[in-house]
Every structure is written in structure tokens, then in C-alpha cells.
Design a protein around this ligand. Structure first.
Ligand code: R5P
Length: 283
């Protein structure tokens, strides 16, 4: 097995290669003067079982993924597994209004054109996995977050919205602490309203966990509620840290913040490589 890492997932690619004891190829990626991308896999890969790792944020990384798939598909690999650490466009997983694209389906269909199987970490909704035309598996990013918080004396795990409740339950169970969730209404990209409810967090250490942090609005709103109700320490974690402009300022109330390496940032303090490697090895 050989790991080929796209430019947006070099760190995770290295970690994966190490866990698998497999050789690593770091793809050559250049940007032409007009902004178009050029990719090349220098090593010969014919007859090999190849694992391509490339996340899909920011947007250009998605295009790079398609180009790398094409390069490998044409290179006579024996089998191509495409690992998409963060599957972008996941939140447009259905048509909310007439005339909209089902963006996650469009991306999944394109990915499936040059892949034998696909793996992704913490897809926004399980419906997405049904959009691929090849076998597709979702790997949970929650064990990595549970690992990070394991020795921090967490008393309770809180989901900032109903979608994240199943995730909080997984981590709560792994850490053997209670979990709860809030209800959120999204007003627009930058604004959310979170319904207040008694959380019984007076004097507690609370971990608020979500799949994605984008603007930080969802997490900031939940942190404010926990702190107002007397939580002693509020830490935050997500699998995919997008942290768009201004997000880190909004997240100041957190005493600690972590995301995984599905999207690289200064807060990628824990890796999903062990879980991805286990899944690739069928463990
Ligand atoms: C939405 O349901 C997701 O699970 C996240 O809660 C959301 O994407 C976070 O976005 P933001 O950081 O912009 O509030």
C-alpha cells in the first residue's frame, strides 16, 4: 500500500504512512499564472494499492483532489482508495429550496468517477455517504477529540446544537461523563440563536464539541450559555476547524480549543491518523 498526499493533507498523509508502515508520495502541485492548478505524482504507482489523501477545504483543494484522482486513475494503479478527511459542501446535503443544487451529491458523484472506494471523516450527515457511486465509509472523528480531552478532568460534554447531540453522546460515553445538547436556530451564515435551558454546569469543566467550526458563532453561543450558568472551565473541540475570518476572535471565551488534522490549522492538536489507518486496514 502507498499513501499519496495532496498539498492540503501533507501532515495527515505523513501520519497515515507512518501508522500503515507504507511509503509516502507527496504530490507535486503548482499554480499557473492564471490560477489554474498543475498536479503530478512523481513516483511510479502502476500495480500498487494507492491511498490518496486530500482534504477539500479551501475550495481549490477540491479541484486538486479531482486532478490527483485523474493522475492516479490513469497510472494503472491496482486499486485507488480516496480518503477525504473533510468532505466540503456537506452542509448542502439536500435541496432546502427549489432550484438549489444538492452540492454534496454533486461532489460525491464526481469523486466516484475515479475511485474504487472512498473514506471520509465525520461527514456532516450520514445521508451523504449514500451519494457516492462506490463503497464509501464514514470514520468518526470523535475518538480523537476524546483522546485529547482524556486527562483534562472534563465533567460533562455539551453539543451546541441538536445535530451534534449524537457526537456528544459518543464522546460522553468514551469519557464516561454525562452529556447534553442545546437547540440552535441559524438565522444567516454569521448569526445563530441558541435556546437557553438549564444545564446544571455550576462549577464544572465542560467540553463543547461539534463537527465543524466555521464562523465560530455556534460554539461561541453555547460557550456563553455554559459560562453564564456558572461553568468553571469551558473547552471546545471540533473535528474540522475551518475558522473563517474573525472566528478565532469570537471563540475567545474558550479556555482551550482544539481541532483535528482533517483541515490543518494552528489548533490541529490531535490527529485522526490512528482511526483512518485502522479503517484502511479493516480493523
Ligand atoms: C451545522 O449544523 C454544523 O454542525 C456546525 O454547527 C456549523 O457548521 C458551525 O458553523 P459556525 O461555526 O459558522 O456557527
Amino acid at each position: 500500500m502507498r499513501v499519496v498526499a495532496g498539498s492540503a493533507s501533507v501532515t495527515l498523509g505523513r501520519g497515515l504512512a507512518e501508522h500503515l508502515g507504507a511509503p509516502l508520495s507527496e504530490a507535486e502541485v503548482r499554480v499557473f499564472a492564471d490560477g489554474e492548478l498543475y498536479v503530478r505524482v512523481r513516483e511510479p504507482v502502476a500495480g500498487e494499492e494507492v491511498v490518496l489523501v486530500q482534504t477539500t477545504y479551501p475550495n481549490d483543494s477540491l479541484l486538486e483532489l479531482f486532478l490527483l484522482q485523474d493522475a492516479l486513475w490513469d497510472a494503472d494503479v491496482d486499486a485507488l482508495t480516496v480518503v477525504i478527511p473533510y468532505f466540503a459542501y456537506g452542509r448542502q446535503d439536500k435541496r432546502f429550496q427549489k432550484g438549489e443544487a444538492v452540492s454534496s451529491r454533486a461532489v460525491a458523484q464526481r469523486v466516484s468517477l475515479a475511485a474504487d472506494r472512498v473514506m471520509t471523516v465525520e461527514a456532516h450527515d450520514e445521508r451523504i455517504m449514500g451519494y457516492f457511486g462506490v463503497p464509501a465509509a464514514e470514520i468518526s472523528g470523535m475518538p480523537a477529540l476524546a483522546r485529547y480531552f482524556a486527562d483534562q478532568g472534563i465533567d460533562m460534554v455539551l453539543a451546541p446544537d441538536e445535530n451534534a447531540a449524537r457526537r456528544a453522546r459518543v464522546v460522553g460515553d468514551l469519557m464516561k461523563v454525562r452529556w447534553d445538547f442545546l437547540k440552535k436556530e441559524r438565522i444567516d451564515s454569521w448569526t445563530v440563536e441558541t435556546e437557553e435551558k438549564p444545564l446544571e454546569v455550576e462549577g464544572l469543566h465542560v467540553a463543547i464539541l461539534d463537527d465543524v467550526i466555521s464562523t465560530g458563532g455556534t460554539m461561541a453561543s453555547a460557550a456563553r450559555i455554559a459560562k453564564e450558568q456558572g461553568a468553571k472551565r469551558v473547552v471546545g473541540g471540533c473535528v474540522h476547524g475551518l475558522f473563517v475570518k474573525g472566528a478565532l476572535d469570537r471563540l475567545q471565551p474558550f479556555d482551550d480549543l482544539v481541532c483535528t488534522d482533517t483541515v490543518m490549522s494552528e489548533l490541529s492538536k490531535v490527529s485522526v491518523a490512528p482511526e483512518v489507518a485502522a479503517s484502511l486496514e479493516g480493523r
